[in-house]
Write a protein that binds this ligand. Structure first.
Ligand code: GLA
Ligand code: ZN
Length: 698
């Protein structure tokens, strides 16, 4: 794999290390001290301007850039760079005061009062024009500034406005999509309960006290809202690209955030970045999954960790401190999954306001003699040593795990067979089975090119387009392997049921059809009885939540149900289709079953884990050119061992040469390169020229 810098704009080919900085909250002398402290903390970037709109534009015709000039100059003087945010996530009170229609409305259609942030209507022309204006001024002012590295557009976009402007824009969006009301009525199946529309004006957003019974309307409104906010993002990027075509653009995403279809956003972002805030007791595999989801948006290219707390959060029920070494470990977790940055929210703890107790690199006492400050500065030093080798390395995977926002929305909007379909959890269960064995995957959407993969996994892909079914069918015929889980292929992208038996357009590929689905109460389970051992799948396993009654057509039955009136019916099948195989799992199996199943499938395809490791130790790999970097992460807080076998490795962090069974301290990290592949780092592009055309675009 070639080296893929996430951003090369002639300025900085380094691991970004720094974080959100709000100088507008502080007097000059503290700002000067911040520059000194940033150097001491081995920080190289500061994200500035995130919520600075009113400080930059105190009134409609008043602008105040002088303070920002000093901040940008100060950064540049110290050799630091700015991730410069457009300030549009928090619009000024004067804008709401003059134009109340810029405020968003809640699901009851009621306009919200001014306050908080991301509180604007994405379809407000006034809001969008105001964004264009402030962005143009910002870009014009700093386009040649030596500190400007990367645009950070707005902050944590999210969707959902139910105002009259949006209702009108929704109708236009629908006209564009369906062409005619007749077509809309057909696709939305409005004949049901006599909901046929006879005039476009009758079509309303799914207000909480309005039309909530047309699933396709609900899902279309989510699509529309996501598109509307994407429209805001593009409204801003248009100006930025016009004024600063060389400067790459990102916006900070939020992992498994529901309101935006990030797959549609990714092509418009030069580099993916995201904010990672796990709870201290969360399953660490969940964090790994979200990193892989973000990395998968560009199919394995490096991304940026834009925010994490260096110590504590303030919005969980209990905001425990990251233990000593844990922030470093979780930072390397991000790096192991493809991040080329470690950044924090926030640089300096605000004195007042909502986040004054949120973790920061610089606490209220502003002492360098503090645990968190020391940990940050040590990590900065380490990252600087790694970057010559590691920066720009990609994440390779033979397995594509499908995660699809539109499907998520459709499942959530559909009533039956269970209220909570647990889509994210369901996809995650498949991920976890592979993660536990250190098998890399790309978590990707249905637009992804499948040609580089050997295995595609589609858990609960309820809403499937005929096009995707065809694409994956060809993938299997050509020798690929597909694993599909229950509820897959029930409806098309309009939420209209397939009438040829589920899994609809995948029926031939999978060689099964599903007659019924039984929903199980929480205290109920069924069993998966293997007919014969299938690799390590043998004996029986538990399953629950949903049990489909499956007819095997061309497929071979691998396992049957153990209980209920459908005992003996197929539950796991294998279908030879062209050169490949398609597996169907008609239920929600326990994770052990998935672990065993994937062991077999991986062995058949020659997919090996990076390294087998005991519980709590995660092993990942990034690679570029001939080098690969093996990350060993000990998530346990005590000593654990991992067996490296006979291969000899060099540890990038310590220079030690290692092989065999090695001990790892609690929260230890090792980054290993095979000794015989070790090469001294080549000369890297320095401050002037990017190495090649690759880099900032996509
Ligand atoms: C988000 C925001 C930040 C801050 C943090 C706090 O990630 O982008 O502005 O509010 O949460 O955890
Ligand atoms: Zn609106």
């Amino acid at each position: 794999m070639e080296r893929m810098y996430p951003l090369v704009n002639g300025k900085l080919a380094r691991f970004l290390h720094g974080g959100d900085y709000n100088p507008e909250q502080w007097p000059e002398e503290i700002r000067a001290e911040d520059m000194r402290l940033m150097k001491a903390a081995n920080v190289n970037v500061a994200t500035v301007g995130v919520f600075s709109w009113v400080s930059l534009q105190p009134g409609p015709d008043e602008f105040a850039f002088d303070w920002m000039d000093r901040v940008m100059d100060g950064l540049a003087e110290e050799g630091l760079h700015a991730v410069l945010a457009t300030p549009t996530a928090a619009h000024p009170a004067w804008l709401s005061q003059e134009h109340p229609e810029v405020l968003r409305a809640g699901p009851d259609g009621r306009r919200r009062r001014h306050g908080a942030r991301v509180n604007y209507c994405p379809n407000s022309v006034v809001y969008r024009e105001a964004c264009t204006e402030i962005d143009r001024r910002l870009a014009e002012r700093y386009k040649d500034h030596p500190a400007l590295l990367l645009w950070h557009v707005s902050n944590e976009f999210s969707a959902g406005c139910w105002c009259e402007t949006c209702a009108g824009a929704f109708r236009e969006w629908l006209k564009e999509k369906y062409g005619s009301l007749a077509e809309l009525n057909e696709k939305w199946y409005t004949a049901f309960w006599g909901h046929t529309y006879t005039d476009w004006q009758q079509v309303e957003p799914p207000y909480e006290h309005g039309e909530r019974s047309i699933t396709a309307l609900t899902v279309d409104y989510r699509r529309f809202c996501s598109d509307s906010v994407l429209g805001c993002f593009l409204n801003e990027t248009t100006v930025l690209r016009e004024v600063t075509p060389e400067v790459p653009i990102t916006t900070n995403l939020m992992g498994t955030h529901r309101s935006l279809d990030y797959e549609k956003w990714a092509p418009h972002m030069d580099v993916i970045s995201w904010d990672c805030y796990p709870g201290l007791r969360d399953d660490i595999a969940q964090t790994a999954f979200r990193h892989d989801l973000m990395c998968g948006l560009k199919q394995g290219r490096p991304f940026l960790l834009m925010e994490q707390t260096p110590s504590t959060q303030n919005w969980q029920a209990v905001n425990a401190l990251k233990r000593p070494g844990q922030m470093r470990l979780w930072s390397y977790l991000a790096v192991a999954h493809g991040a080329d940055s470690v950044m924090y929210f926030q640089w300096r703890r605000g004195r007042g306001g909502h986040e004054k107790l949120h973790g920061a690199v610089v606490e209220h006492a502003a002492s360098e003699d503090a645990r968190v400050f020391r940990e940050v500065s040590e990590l900065g030093e380490e990252l600087a040593h790694l970057e010559d080798h590691l920066l720009g390395a990609g994440v390779e995977a033979d397995i594509a795990l499908i995660f699809d926002w539109e499907n998520w929305w459709t499942l959530d909007a559909t009533s039956g067979p269970v209220r909570d379909k647990k889509y994210v959890e369901t996809v995650f269960a498949h991920y976890r089975a592979l993660w536990r064995r250190n098998v890399p995957v790309h978590v990707v959407g249905t637009d992804a090119d499948l040609s580089g993969y050997s295995v595609v996994i589609a858990p609960m892909l309820y809403s499937v387009s005929r096009e995707w079914a065809q694409k994956v069918g060809e993938f299997v015929r050509g020798g690929g392997r597909l694993v599909a889980g229950c509820l897959t292929g029930w409806v098309d992208e309009y939420d209209l049921a397939y009438l040829n038996g589920y899994p609809g357009p995948l029926r031939e590929t999978l060689g099964v059809w599903v007659e019924e689905v039984d929903a199980l109460f929480e205290d109920q389970q069924n069993r998966i009885l293997m007919k014969h051992p299938f690799g390590p799948c043998r004996g029986d396993y538990l399953c629950g939540r949903l049990c489909e009654i499956v007819h095997a057509e061309s497929a071979t039955v691998l396992a049957t149900y153990g209980q209920e009136f459908y005992a003996g019916w197929p539950v796991v099948t294998e279908n030879k289709h062209g050169e490949g195989f398609a597996y169907y799992i008609g239920t929600v199996p326990e994770v052990e079953f998935l672990e065993h199943l994937y062991r077999t499938i991986c062995a058949d395809c020659g997919i090996a884990p990076v390294l087998e490791s005991p519980e709590g130790i995660e092993v990942r790999r990034r690679s570029q050119k001939n080098m690969s970097f093996t990350f060993i992460l000990n998530h346990n807080d005590d000593v654990s061992f991992v067996d490296l076998g006979e291969t000899e490795y060099r540890d990038l962090l310590t220079g030690q040469v290692l092989s065999g069974n090695i001990p790892l301290r609690g929260f230890a990290v090792r980054i290993l390169v095979e000794s015989d592949l070790w090469e001294e780092p080549e000369e890297e592009p320095d401050s002037e020229e990017p190495e090649s055309g690759e880099g900032q675009q996509g």
